[in-house]
Write a protein that binds this ligand. Structure first.
Ligand SMILES: Cc1cc2nc3c(=O)[nH]c(=O)nc-3n(C[C@H](O)[C@H](O)[C@H](O)COP(=O)(O)OP(=O)(O)OC[C@H]3O[C@@H](n4cnc5c(N)ncnc54)[C@H](O)[C@@H]3O)c2cc1C
Length: 434
């Protein structure tokens, strides 16, 4: 028999949104189960640094998490935390299949808060699968988890504020960041910075980052054309304005902005809008028992994630007036999200970097040239196996949406590559509920 857990409120994702949601639930007496697939809570922005967070204390020893939040969470009653645990499937209304390295567990909840965060948009270009090429935020995460980049020459390219945040982490780790190539044009960046006057804290944060990176060239209207090397990355070819230059380097981090993680929401049957969970002003999804918070319902950064997490926790515990009081502040964050999307919109040039030989689906070795003959994701998937590998279309699905305009639909359980034991449990659950 599969072990079963019962909770009032389940929160998927222990990033800022999930932690804030869990705290709000606890403060109002609810019983909450917080699930995250990382070894420590914190999500992307507060990712626990290896070696600095290896105590058994589940949260208090991650110094990236603000001390007050950490302390209140550690003291919270009725909070159960499952780290290194993934949600792999929806088994029935109000039930999720979870797994860790040892076992599968069925979790029953009354209300679910999905705070599953975001991932980077990776677009294919010649050489992007060479060892030494990673996502820009991915490289930041590797460094936080112990990759030694001291003295390494690094180029960052792509789009959005994450390039600066990654550069700051890499520089603090002793790397030599040669250049940041931002695809947005100078006038877009100027517009973005001008608009930041409505968000003084973000303006201060941007100024602080730019000051910390004052010796790192930051080139607008610039993008990667190719990663060069035989066995491993040796150099990168960049289009810098009207010129093309090659830089020898050890690492290349490339990310073209962020995409909400919506696979669980899709499995739950929640409606999406422009690739993001469709929610009302109180973060209620189209599914009656499912609330969404943080990047999963729109890219907007840390402050938005914290606020929405709190709102979702309040709504889940029936504190509707308190949640409603936060709506005006959320609207300010939503305006910031809209500015971000507007000023860092991708130029057509970066959507056309792949040549016929460029790998699009790196799990199943499917190249751009092979995909050109298809008209939709399903057809391409069935004929080429694109999107059917280990990442289950998380990387190439988004790339295909951007390159060919295909909506990615029809994902099936499990949500992630899964232990055989979980697959058997999934099958027996499906049989018994049918
Ligand atoms: C690679 C990367 C690096 C970033 N670095 C920064 C930075 O340095 N500074 C900054 O301001 N912003 C950064 N961001 C932006 C960041 O998304 C937000 O600022 C903030 O972390 C959003 O909080 P969140 O709680 O919505 O999501 P997240 O912090 O992303 O937390 C979501 C959590 O849910 C977990 N999860 C998702 N699906 C499942 C599942 N099925 N089962 C179990 N767990 C699941 C994820 O592993 C993650 O821990 C980064 C984003 C990315 C993608």
């Amino acid at each position: 028999m599969m072990p079963e857990l019962h909770t009032d409120i389940a929160v998927v994702g222990a990033g800022p949104a999930g932690l804030a949601a869990a705290l709000a639930v606890c403060e109002h007496g609810g019983r909450v189960c917080l699930i995250d697939d990382n070894a420590k809570p914190g999500g992307q922005v507060w990712r626990a640094e290896l070696g600095k967070a290896d105590s058994q204390v589940w949260l208090a020893n991650n110094p990236a998490i603000p001390a007050e939040l950490a302390t209140r969470l550690v003291q919270a009653d009725k909070l159960r935390v499952l780290t290194a645990t993934r949600v792999v499937a929806v088994t029935a209304t109000g039930s999720l299949l979870l797994e860790d390295t040892q076992k599968s567990v069925q979790l029953h909840y009354q209300t679910l808060i999905v705070a599953s965060g975001a991932r980077e948009l990776l677009l294919p270009f010649p050489g992007w699968t060479l060892p030494g090429v990673t996502g820009a935020g991915g490289l930041q995460a590797l460094v936080k988890q112990g990759l030694d980049v001291c003295g390494k020459r690094i180029v960052l390219a792509g789009s959005g504020p994450l390039l600066l945040a990654s550069a700051a982490t890499l520089k603090a780790a002793g790397a030599h960041v040669l250049l940041i190539a931002e695809q947005a044009k100078s006038w877009q960046l100027a517009g973005f910075v001008w608009a930041l006057r409505h968000w003084p804290a973000k303006l201060a944060q941007a100024a602080h980052l730019r000051w910390a990176l004052r010796q790192v060239p930051y080139r607008a209207g610039s993008y990667v054309q190719a990663a060069l090397g035989k066995e491993r990355l040796q150099a990168v070819r960049l289009k810098l304005g009207n010129t093309v230059r090659e830089f020898e380097c050890d690492w290349l981090g490339v990310g073209f902005g962020l995409l909400p993680n919506t696979e669980l929401l899709q499995a739950l049957g929640c409606e999406l809008q422009n690739g993001t969970a469709k929610v009302d002003a109180l973060l209620q999804s189209s599914h009656p028992d499912v609330l969404v918070a943080g990047e999963a319902c729109g890219i907007g950064g840390l402050d938005k994630a914290l606020l929405e997490g709190r709102m979702a926790g309040l709504v889940a515990t029936g504190q509707i007036a308190a949640a409603k009081a936060l709506i005006p502040e959320r609207e300010l964050h939503l305006r910031f999200s809209a500015h971000l999307a507007r000023y860092f919109a991708l130029s057509p040039a970066v959507q056309e970097l792949a040549d016929a030989d460029t790998m699009v689906c790196r799990c199943e070795d499917v190249r751009h040239g092979e995909l050109l003959g298809y008209s939709n994701w399903r057809e391409a998937k069935l004929q080429t196996r694109c999107g059917m590998g280990a990442c289950q279309g998380r990387i190439c699905g988004a790339a295909c949406s951007t390159l060919y305009g295909w909506p990615v639909t029809g994902n099936r359980p499990p949500l992630l590559p899964t232990r055989l034991g979980s697959l058997l449990q999934l099958e027996s659950t499906e049989v018994s509920s049918s």
